[in-house]
Design a protein around this ligand. Structure first.
Ligand SMILES: [Zn+2]
Length: 292
């Protein structure tokens, strides 16, 4: 008899446990932009954690034991893919992750991804900075996976994603109009994160560094300065998560204004703000052309 009561008690207890833990659907993303996108979609229906602090360079991020634990306990892991999280993926090879993993770049047809520098072997991985990719592939892809895993909230996710997409479409239209006059211009960037972003505005980029935290040699720096002085470049852009010193040197040697972009949305509350801030920074860089 006592045993029966005990059994019933445990059954009830595990039901309570299931109620509290089973409903806290957890998503973990490697980089902040995907965290912002998912927060916009799930609202308060899921817990969203970001693994890589927005001040850290994701190309060189290596996880701590606590990071691995966080990854293992998530219901869904969202990564960028295309070797962006190279060091993380290397560490994860020895761990048998049983979670659902979504590579955001896998939602995009491979043939429309591009190589940003002719001497590079791989396509440019910074796909989240393309509004076009977000609207057409990445957001619908994320909503699809979330809805499979949490069917009861599928309608809610869909509704929020439609709102997010329409906000991004409005933003895209607004800034395409503003940047019309700058179409065909060339900018110098330290790192090619904003390749797709500039591409969509009809702006060409020349990149100082080509990938994974590499620094330019003095010879390369001198060549770039010569190129900037030839009048081809109208603005220079560094990035929050990259070394700013070479950009400062190029700017002071050439008199071309530089601004600092933020591909990871360090201070942004949501996806729209991440784009707004960067559009405004680029605009400022262009408007200050000629100013010393
Ligand atoms: Zn990068």
């Amino acid at each position: 008899m006592k045993m029966m009561i005990m059994k019933k008690f445990f059954a009830f207890f595990s039901l309570i446990l299931l109620f509290y833990t089973g409903f806290a659907f957890t998503v973990i993303t490697t980089i902040n932009p995907y965290g912002l996108i998912i927060k916009d979609i799930v609202g308060d229906k899921a817990k969203v954690n970001v693994l890589i602090n927005p001040g850290v360079n994701p190309h060189t991020f290596s996880p701590k034991v606590s990071d691995i634990k966080a990854l293992m306990s998530a219901d869904l892991i969202v990564m960028n893919g295309l070797s962006l999280e190279e060091f993380l993926i290397e560490k994860l090879k020895s761990i048998n992750l049983k979670n659902s993993v979504l590579y955001a770049s896998d939602t995009i047809p491979r043939e429309i991804l591009k190589i940003s520098n002719p001497d590079e072997e791989h396509v440019n991985p910074h796909v989240w900075l393309s509004i076009e990719f977000l609207i057409k592939y990445i957001i619908p892809g994320i909503v699809g996976r979330l809805s499979e895993l949490d069917t009861k909230n599928a309608e809610y996710f869909k509704k929020n994603s439609i709102h997010l997409i329409s906000e991004l479409e409005k933003l895209k239209k607004k800034y395409e109009e503003i940047f019309k006059d700058y179409s065909g211009k060339t900018v110098l960037v330290y790192h090619p994160s904003f390749y797709y972003f500039f591409n969509e505005l009809g702006i060409k980029i020349i990149s100082v560094s080509h990938g994974h935290g590499d620094e330019p040699t003095l010879k390369e720096l001198m060549e770039i300065i010569k190129r900037v002085k030839s009048g081809e470049i109208v603005a220079i852009f560094g990035e929050k998560q990259q070394n700013i010193e070479p950009v400062k040197i190029i700017s002071s040697q050439t008199g071309i204004y530089f601004e600092v972009l933020d591909p990871l949305g360090y201070d942004s509350k949501n996806t729209v703000e991440l784009f707004e801030r960067n559009f405004e920074t680029v605009l400022e860089g262009f408007e200050k052309y000629g100013e010393k």
